[in-house]
Design a binder for this molecule. Structure first.
Ligand code: JET
Length: 241
């Protein structure tokens, strides 16, 4: 059965890329279904108003709760996870992507302005899991770009979507470390040579070298990931690197 992705947004055309490339093929093969809904379809005033001034004052506007509740009541199958991209969310991780890929589908709510009335997430939690997640420490104008990112991260983990299953298993972050450098032909290129071990055919040495490259890169670029590794993840020798 296909993984059902639904997105509610005031900019439905922004989600058009979801039908291209990887996602397009997966959609054609019935592995994933994508439906994009315009939040304004659930407004009831002539101006199709989706926002209003914030209680307590302050700059900008807040998205009104009622249109969101009507939209979600109609499109969200009971128990389906509601994902709300927000700068104030828990960090989105590969682990989350893997967990979500094992569920029947997802509904994404794209916030704009200063955000969605908080009671929508609180109310939605009564009908299933709600995940307020951040894709990074920066502020976007709305959730749509974050949805493109998360949909790509999740759908590539769906069985059958990425031809070479191995490439998914060996993703960066799959073992909690960053992937090391990759090379292809030519062996010598503009004065830069491929590390000789990779041409040696010694697969044990190659695996050792790759692991060491991963560790060194992770220590240099993302020391925070090293702190998060489970107990036995690193040998004593690796800890010394
Ligand atoms: C309850 O949640 C909300 O109200 C969400 O509201 C908003 C408001 C403005 C922008 C966004 C989009 O998310 C990000 O900017 C974001 C996500 N990750 N890193 C940056 C969402």
């Amino acid at each position: 059965s296909s993984f059902l992705i639904q997105v509610v947004t005031i900019f439905p055309e922004y989600l058009a890329p979801l039908r291209q490339s990887l996602l397009g093929k997966a959609a054609e093969r019935g592995l994933v279904d994508i439906a994009v809904h315009d939040l304004r379809a659930w407004t009831d005033d002539v101006h199709r108003t989706v926002d209003d001034a914030p209680y307590g004052g302050g700059p900008g506007m807040v998205m009104r709760p009622e249109p969101w509740a009507r939209a979600l009541e109609e499109v969200r199958p009971p128990g389906t996870r509601l994902v709300v991209p927000t700068p104030a969310g828990r960090p989105f991780t590969q682990a989350m992507a893997a967990e979500w890929a094992a569920e029947p589908g997802l509904v994404f709510a794209c916030g704009r302005y200063e955000g969605i009335d908080q009671r929508v997430a609180d109310w939605a939690a009564e009908a299933g899991p709600v995940s307020e997640v951040s894709i990074g420490d920066y502020v976007l104008a709305g959730g749509e770009s974050a949805v493109l990112v998360m949909v790509e991260a999740v759908t590539r983990l769906l069985p059958g979507v990425v031809g070479n299953r191995e490439s998914v298993e060996f993703d960066s972050h799959a073992d909690g470390l960053l992937e090391g450098p990759s090379y292809t032909r030519p062996a010598s290129w503009r004065g830069h040579d491929v590390p000789p071990v990779l041409l040696s055919g010694d697969h044990a040495a190659i695996a050792r070298w790759r692991r060491e490259q991963s560790l060194r890169r992770t220590a240099a670029r993302r020391p925070d990931l090293l702190l998060r590794l489970p107990e036995g993840a690193l040998t004593e020798a690796e800890r010394q690197l």
